[in-house]
Write a protein of this length. Structure first.
Length: 185
């Protein structure tokens, strides 16, 4: 093989690795959006059907088929949720990857008529694989590093009631904005 062919092959491998890393990152981001918008169809695109999920014995351990309704009910009981991903590290080898991603999950929930904010900082340890050309999670372990609960102070919204607010489900402005964008294409 000539030098030019070897360079081209090397370049193709590097470009493929960059694309794979972005596709893997998109899987993690879709997970967050699906939980925050309570979007079962989107959440189903995150896991292989035979995936094993372990959020701890006190939360959930099992397969995606039962996790999806559990997670949507759990998140749906919250007034608001927002999941943020940081420090995503990907160890990529061919069609397999190991990912560690930090997640900050912000929740507002109601307990005995009072609102509370729950902040959870955790890490997802995901083994992913590409099957039929698509990256998805095949195992997930969640490690909770920090959690803090405090009374919610949502009075700020009383000073700006006309503000656009995020919502669970398809009532969120995201879906109308996407539809409008698609119609303009």
């Amino acid at each position: 093989m000539g030098t030019t062919q070897a360079s081209t092959l090397s370049l193709e491998r590097r470009v493929q690795a960059i694309e794979d890393r972005q596709l893997i990152t998109d899987v993690i981001y879709r997970y967050c959006r699906a939980l925050d918008r309570l979007d079962a169809m989107l959440l189903a695109t995150v896991f292989h059907a035979d995936a094993r999920l372990d959020y701890g014995p006190g939360i959930y351990q099992g397969k995606p088929a039962t996790f999806i309704p559990f997670a949507l009910e759990f998140q749906g009981a919250m007034e608001h949720t927002q999941h943020k991903i940081t420090n995503l590290l990907i160890d990529l080898t061919g069609d397999r990857a190991f990912c560690e991603s930090q997640v900050c999950a912000l929740h507002t929930l109601k307990r005995q008529g009072e609102l509370f904010d729950l902040v959870v900082d955790a890490r997802f340890l995901d083994c992913m694989s590409r099957r039929a050309g698509e990256w998805r999670i095949e195992t997930r372990l969640e490690l909770i590093d920090f959690a803090h609960e405090r009374p919610s102070t949502t009075g700020w919204f009383e000073h700006g009631p006309e503000l656009h607010r995020g919502r669970h489900g398809t009532d969120d402005h995201l879906y109308q904005a996407q539809d409008a964008w698609r119609k303009r294409r």
